[in-house]
Design a protein around this ligand. Sequence first.
Ligand code: BGC
Length: 437
Amino acid sequence: MPDFPAGFRWGVSTSAYQIEGATTVDGRGPSIWDTFAREPGRIVDGSTGDEACDHYHRHAEDTALLAGLGVSAYRFSVAWPRVQPTGAGPAHAAGLDFYDRLVDGLLAAGVDPVATLFHWDLPQALEDAGGWLNRDTAARFAEYADLTAARLGDRVKLWITLNEPFIHMSLGHGIGTHAPGRMLLFDAFPVAHHQLLGHGLAVAALRARTASPVAIANNYSPVRQVGDTDADRAAAQAYDALHNRLFTDPLLGRGYPDAPGLDPAVIHDGDLDVLAAPIDVLGVNYYNPTGIRAPEEGSPLPFEMVPLDGYPRTAFDWPVAPDGLRELLLQLHDRYGDALPPIQVTESGCAYDDVPDAQGRVDDPERIAYLDGHVRAVHEAITAGVPVTGYFVWSLLDNWEWAEGFTKRFGLVHVDYPTQRRTPKSSYAWFRDLVRR
Ligand code: BGC
């Protein structure tokens, strides 16, 4: 493995609802995922995040795993329904106490706390008032950011406003496979705009409370055009605008791209200035490229997704394409030039069906190969001049993978859910050795 620049940030990521459990402890309010997971047929194995990895009670053990890994940073998310159980009103001290303990434990272990404010677990009370379709949710989000930073702003080293607003819009509100389960297709555009508005307002709130850098974590997927007709080209462009540009162009001062569903009536005067509040870091979450061709006649979508041949595949059936990460980083650099802040890869990882052997060891050579390829891709992008300053593996622990429940394992550490026993996989040792070097 080639050398990385001094000060390069190596980390791992998790999110609140996927690991914490304790969903009714210490006054946490319900979130849209508590509701959604209880609806029949939503989650493949019928599970919920009620217990997940019980990280709420086992955070000290998990912090020790981080220390053993030697990472310089840990990206977790704060559960809004712990801080404001009904999405409004003063901070709920008992909820923030948990993050206080976590952050202090991380600092004592020499690990920089990186906090994401919204990783999809909206307080149910806000959903009942329209959720992200309601413009007011953006203001509520800034208020929550302010309350959280008032408590943790002196210790968190990097703030991330939103996690993957594209996925929350498309899966949560476009096709309804994630909470809150709405199927609005392109009428989901207000969810994009209101999340971005909330991001911009939250950046201002964070700046008033902390000198730490502020970021957003976007999901990106380089588009591989399948077919060579003008219609295929138009389809690829439409998908690229929706997935890769809708949540980035306006942040970097370019206004919205010409993306399907864009509704100018939702955008008020002055909003674009709020969205474009400078950020210090662009978080990039990358899993795989997307194959796109022209849709069949009569399709409700202006593109069709097609599986990409010729790649190994993860347990999620996603193609393993490290070259896509290099391509993406170079594309962001070309596209935004000087307007692009330094990038940190805030998620990169893969699911495999990891099973302990007779001795209880978990060997996951595919994950090692996956990470090795993606880390090298980052190095190649840095060598080509792209300012990348960090790389976070998704995820520290096997965890509750949204609509897939407990059926997909992404961790460097295996979790036996009935006993909550943690077993570092061979990829944990591999990553530890990489970080040490
Ligand atoms: C999300 C994670 C999720 C991962 C794997 C990302 O889109 O931020 O919460 O577990 O992908 O699906």
